[in-house]
Ligand binder design. Sequence first.
Ligand code: DX5
Length: 227
Amino acid sequence: MPIGYHAGRAIELTPSILSANFANLGADVQAADEVGCSWIQVDVMDGHFVPNLTFGPPVIQAIRPFFKGTLDVHLMVSNPDALLEAYAKAGANHITVHQEASVHLHRTIQRIHELGCTAGVALNPATPVSSLDDIIEDLDLVLIMSVNPGFGGQSFIERSLAKIAAVRSLLDQRHHEAVIQVDGGVKPSNIASVVQAGATNLIAGSAFYSSTITPHQAWDAFVAALA
Ligand code: DX5
């Protein structure tokens, strides 16, 4: 369920399992389901596109039974086309690829849809929103990276707010509805400005899975920050 509403749109909180307890992953995924999250994100990293290595399709298969909502796979990999089918078959509902890693992005988005998933494109901090001009009407989601991808616990890059607003403006100009997702350094302390800029789906890693608060307390903090 949403953590709130802004401009008539539901705002969703999407935990990133990169900050979860990998020794107890099923329980951490189930906790997100139980507190009310409609989405959960799996950060797939290949150690080449980003300097970290994470989850293969078997992990998606393993956590699938513990989450009823949208299982969002964020492919931070150099060759996303080679992996689309495996992650879709493992249980992904949504797949996001990086603009910077896609040679034939229009075809990649078509393929994600053919596999029965919704499709998103992620932009790294230095990649302009204008790079979406000729693909945005084919997208179900745009992901604005507000950190340089690879690790959780980084600080939010402030100029991401202008990029979020630029995506909102482009969608409005084209009369196209898509999720605007923001990922990296998202905390209860900054989501009011992130949502004000136009975001509708907030990725939280270290602000959701933390040794100092429970997922329920994290959920309540995000809800309170939008109230
Ligand atoms: C970073 C990942 C993010 C990360 C977010 O490369 O894509 O999803 O897990 O973690 P926080 O919310 O701690 O910045």
